[in-house]
Ligand binder design. Structure first.
Ligand code: ADP
Ligand code: MG
Length: 711
């Protein structure tokens, strides 16, 4: 018996399942048959010919035509992986890189089985087919097909500018226009100019392919035939206030009135997705036992991989599947059997917020191009229906034609540091496909300058060069390097940086808020949330990251183990550079100073009882209720924070008390120490005395030199 309730975490209202359903799980077609049924298969040889004759090819095809899973396999079959060469495929999304690699690994081993060879270790994921995402390298010396995020390949060009071990790169999902992809375009354009033996295939799901073709000097565009069915699109009759409730209502309406076929709901992010799933399950529960069962499956990047994989499984006969997903299901992942699409009209986008001086994820209306992609998901295997939760008028008048490329809306510090390390002197000369606003570049240069990564000429400093060696946001690398150079506390800061690189490890289940808050409070270090994170990690380590111990203390054991992995990789990176980690053995004040050295531009000063204002903008900022300082009622004069969360007001999240003098020392370009009249007088006297002493010394020295000369 399959217990979906348990496996999905949602009471998905299952009628009693008999084992007859299990046979439905068995695939009706062999993997080879599935592969040969894909549209791209009919043009396989033609496509390989075009690739043979051109160094750069743009391949355009509908989602689901087989670009992501098949292209690299064709290249492997065609002999592109001989002589130690491998084929790479970049993805803008981590989830896609992992999930697709898993599928392709299965396809490749199925092909091996057909030849009669017994499967070995090499045929598992991480063998012939592997993937790499930040802090997770699942490849081996046997790897021939490597899926990776675009950020990973960009980093590889730092250590090997010609990326010589690749015979071909497939840059997938080019239409996404992710920040790293846009930079990769510029970098790889130069690589193919230098290496006539390398192939670059850029794939896109939309017809905007001409932009890409022109960028590479008018290279061929290869169109993969699509196989799509008509989709009937409906708009909301009135403006919807609450898209979660509207989506639930629509899903139930479909479920009870329309013929069989799976539902795909496009939501914004984890919170809305979980909300939708919960409400949907509750409503189904209320409707009672005789109503037809509905299998509700969430899909978002932080969801554990085994639960993500569920969306690809065929539901037992007679049961309708309802997937609630982020826009990862828009083009990156294709789920077969979707007949109904419900489109909330929103997505979460990373946008630079000048008010708080950094990127924030914000719920934003999608573009018309997104909307059409979403609707198209309903027509993959037959006639489909798309229900848009916005009005026709909203669609026409409020949605933009295309989404703004990430490079034009986010902080570029990371990318600027990387380009500087690649030797790009003047960023305004870099060949951007869509140039970022000059102001964005200037902001990023400024941020890198105050962190000491760039000098007054905008050139990389030794600190900047070291910072670019770490796959971290610039302030985090700075914290690590400062701790190493000045604080002798890099052991501790390595842990803090690792904990900040994974999603929050604290969990706070509904109905058990008080209990979990009390558990969290036991870890509090009064003056710092960063040190609290350090404390949690060290305690968990004492218990060998035991899952039971973690559960008892309301800590995600998977999350903290991920932090341990990140930590071990960062330690390796430090050691490779002969920066042996050093511990401050419990004198934690130096750690707070290292934090201050990296986040001094995120600092606030107390003003009134428990109220803070940002030292640069003067905007009020409150301690976040989850902060240890808030919990213990500790209100130091100065604090630095990791990030600002904007809701009804601005909250500082992950806060550390700092000394005002530190701010002046590590952030001297922004702050100076204002003194009282007396101290100023005293200091002047001291200064004068010192100056007089120096002059005396100088005179003495000059006299001595004079005497020397006369001798
Ligand atoms: P494209 O990149 O052109 O959108 P894909 O190569 O991603 O197309 O998809 C081709 C086929 O592979 C689709 O029918 C899809 O359902 C299937 N597929 C992709 N990933 C998985 C998976 N993890 N499990 C099962 N099928 C998958
Ligand atoms: Mg694809």
């Amino acid at each position: 018996e399959v217990d979906y309730k348990k496996s999905t975490g949602y009471a998905s209202h299952m009628a009693k399942q008999k084992t007859e359903a299990a046979s439905e799980f068995a695939k009706t077609k062999s993997i080879r048959q599935q592969r040969e049924f894909l549209p791209i298969f009919s043009v396989r040889d033609e496509l390989l010919n075009v690739i043979r004759e051109n160094n750069v090819v743009i391949a355009v095809g509908e989602t689901g035509s087989g670009k992501t899973t098949q292209l690299v396999q064709y290249l492997l079959e065609e002999g592109y992986c001989t002589g130690g060469h491998i084929v790479g495929c970049t993805q803008p999304r981590r989830v896609a890189a992992m999930s697709v690699a898993k599928r392709v690994s299965e396809e490749v081993s199925a092909a091996v089985q057909e030849t009669g060879r017994a499967l070995t270790e090499v045929d598992q994921l991480g063998g012939t087919v592997g993937y790499a995402i930040r802090f997770e390298d699942c490849t081996s010396p046997h790897t021939k097909i490597k899926y990776m995020t675009d950020g990973v390949l960009l980093r590889e060009t730092l250590s090997d500018p010609d990326i010589n071990h690749y015979s071909a790169i497939v840059m997938d999902e080019a239409h996404e226009r992710s920040l790293n992809s846009d930079i990769l375009f510029g970098v790889l354009r130069k690589v193919v100019a230098r290496r006539s033996d390398m192939k670059l295939i850029v794939t896109s799901a939309t017809l905007s392919a001409d932009t890409f073709s022109n960028y590479f000097g008018g290279v061929p565009v290869f169109r993969i035939p699509g196989r799509t069915f008509p989709v009937e699109t409906y708009f909301a009759k009135s403006v919807q206030e609450d898209y979660v409730m509207a989506a639930v209502k629509q899903a139930l309406q479909i479920h009870f009135n329309h013929e069989p076929g799976d539902i795909l709901i496009f939501m914004t992010g984890q919170e809305d997705i979980e909300g939708t799933c919960t409400v949907l399950a509750e409503k189904m529960e209320k409707l009672g036992g005789d109503s037809p069962p509905l299998l509700v499956l969430p899909m978002y990047s932080q969801l554990p991989a085994d639960l993500q994989a569920k969306i690809f499984e065929t539901a037992p006969k007679g049961i309708r599947k309802c997937i609630v997903s982020t826009n990862v299901a828009e083009t990156s992942l294709t789920v077969d059997g979707i007949k109904y699409v419900i489109d909330s009209g929103f997505c979460k986008l990373k946008v630079f917020n000048p008010k708080i001086g950094m990127d924030a994820l914000v719920v934003t209306p999608i573009s018309k191009a997104n909307a059409n992609q979403r609707s198209g998901r309903a027509g993959r295997t037959g006639k489909g229906y798309a229900f848009r939760l916005y009005t026709d008028r909203q669609f026409r008048e409020e949605l933009m034609e295309n989404a703004v490329p990430e490079i034009q809306r986010t902080n570029l510090s990371n990318v600027v540091l990387l380009l500087k390390s690649l030797g790009v002197k003047n960023l305004l000369d870099f060949n951007f496909m869509s140039p970022p606003p000059e102001e964005n570049i200037m902001n990023s240069l400024y941020q890198l300058w105050i962190l000491g990564a760039l000098d007054n000429n905008g050139d990389l400093t030794p600190m900047g060069r070291n910072m670019s060696d770490f796959p971290l946001d610039p302030p985090l690398s700075k914290m690590l390097l400062y701790a190493h150079e000045h604080g002798r506390c890099s052991s501790e800061v390595l842990i803090i940086v690792s904990m900040l690189s994974v999603p929050s490890v604290f969990f706070r289940p509904k109905d058990r808020e008080e209990e979990s808050d009390a558990a969290r409070e036991k870890f509090f270090v009064p003056e710092s949330d960063h040190l609290t994170l350090l404390n949690v990690y060290l305690r968990a380590k004492q218990y060998k990251f035991d899952a039971k111990w973690c559960n008892q203390h309301f800590i995600h054991s998977k999350g903290i183990r991920k932090a341990r992995e990140v930590h071990s990789q960062l330690v390796d990176l430090m050691k490779q550079r002969r920066f042996d980690p050093q511990s401050c053995d419990g004198s934690w004040d130096v750690i707070r100073k290292a934090i201050c050295s990296a986040y001094f531009y995120n600092s606030s000063k107390i003003k009134g009882i428990g109220e803070y204002i940002n030292m640069l903008s003067g905007i009020p900022a409150a301690l976040h209720p989850s902060s240890a300082l808030f919990g213990l009622g500790y209100t130091p004069d100065y604090v630095c924070y990791h990030e600002l969360i904007s809701t009804s007001k601005e909250y500082m999240s992950c806060v550390t008390a700092v000394d005002g003098y530190w701010l002046a020392e590590v952030g001297s370009m922004l702050f100076s120490v204002k003194e009282s009249y007396e101290t100023t007088l005293l200091r002047r006297q001291k200064d004068r005395a010192e100056q007089a002493k120096m002059e005396q010394e100088l005179q003495k020295k000059q006299k001595l030199e004079e005497e020397e000369r006369q001798k």
